[in-house]
Design a protein around this ligand. Structure first.
Ligand SMILES: C[S@@+](CC[C@H](N)C(=O)[O-])C[C@H]1O[C@@H](n2cnc3c(N)ncnc32)[C@H](O)[C@@H]1O
Length: 304
């Protein structure tokens, strides 16, 4: 995963290096083009049919749950932070009228793919902005809704992202995001982000972090250093609306990732050992109920 030639970029996303390489592969079936880069959702996980078609349906359904939780309607200004290849923006573009859509991403390569693929429907506008989620160069009260689908664990600080959301959302606005959270805390509705090994940094934790850093990239600012969401928003005009644990519904995702890794090996002859190990770690901790996949909805109160 060679980052040469990318100048001063300050992010580490090896899986996107891989996906961008895969998406450019001329031997790739057009159906293998990815619109979303996130886990899938299945009402009945046992119904999952291995293969890209069913996986894409699962991704669409997860995306739909997030859009529904955000309660978006026509004529709103909506930002999707950490927008990947723009799949969520495109869905909004086709579902709503007179909307002002903004996709924000730290990776200009992904934004270039989104720009090329997606054009605004009549009456809608789409802007693509290269920026860090914790420092977004836009005016206060810019948005009615903000989404952050499966990306907050990459941001340099969840707290600074929430501060930005607090600044950017209009009163009455909503933020919906998905994150991996620790089970115990979630049970008490504390929803503690679980970026690494919950504060422990023994040799095993460092080995596991290494698998992640070399495959999914840097996860979270420092192990277990971030307080529960409830505490992070305590001094902001945000309140938690809904927290939904959908871990069970996302489990087929892991089968799909193993399948992707196998296909990649067949096509290129390259193995992806760190991606296999990091994915197995997430798969097992999710099955054991230790790390949960959670949708969180926040509501913006009046700002003083
Ligand atoms: C798992 S992908 C999700 C992509 C997209 N939301 C989707 O669901 O298809 C994580 C995304 O977060 C973006 N990202 C990572 N760190 C970021 C940061 N500091 N600021 C903005 N975006 C970031 C990545 O470039 C990537 O697009």
């Amino acid at each position: 995963m060679d980052n040469a030639g990318l100048g001063s970029r300050e992010f580490n996303l090896p899986y996107f290096d891989l996906l961008l390489e895969t998406q450019k592969d001329s031997g790739l079936d057009p159906d293998e083009r990815l619109d979303f880069v996130h886990w899938g959702y299945w009402d009945d996980p046992s119904s999952f049919q291995p293969g890209l078609a069913d996986y894409k349906k699962g991704q669409e359904l997860l995306n739909q749950h997030i859009i529904d939780m955000a309660d978006i309607s026509d004529s709103m200004a909506v930002a999707d932070i950490g927008c990947g290849f723009g799949g969520t923006i495109d869905e909004l573009n086709h579902s709503f009228q007179n909307v002002e859509l903004t996709g924000v991403n730290i990776d200009p390569r992904q934004l270039a793919v989104a720009r090329e693929r997606i054009s605004p429907e009549a009456g809608n506008t789409i802007s693509w902005l290269e920026a860090d989620a914790t420092d977004i160069p836009l005016p206060d009260n810019s948005f009615d809704r903000i989404l952050a689908v499966e990306c907050i664990f990459h941001f340099p600080s969840r707290q600074r992202f929430l501060n930005e959301v607090n600044r950017l959302l209009k009163p009455g606005g909503r933020l919906v995001l998905s994150d991996f959270c620790g089970y115990r805390q979630l049970k008490g509705k504390m929803a503690v982000p679980y970026p690494k090994m919950a504060g422990r940094r023994g040799p095993l934790a460092r080995i596991i972090e290494g698998w992640f850093e070399r495959s999914y990239g840097e996860l979270g600012p420092s192990p277990g250093s971030e307080p529960p969401y409830g505490e992070m928003i305590a001094n902001l005009a945000l309140e938690i609306g809904e927290i939904t644990d959908i871990t069970r519904n996302t489990l087929p995702t892991y089968k799909h990732i193993y399948h992707f890794i196998d296909r990649y090996h067949v096509r290129t002859g390259k193995k992806l050992p760190d991606l296999v190990k990091a994915t197995r770690f997430l798969d097992w901790t999710a099955r054991l109920g230790i790390i949960r996949y959670v949708l969180l909805q926040f509501i913006q109160k009046d700002k003083d």
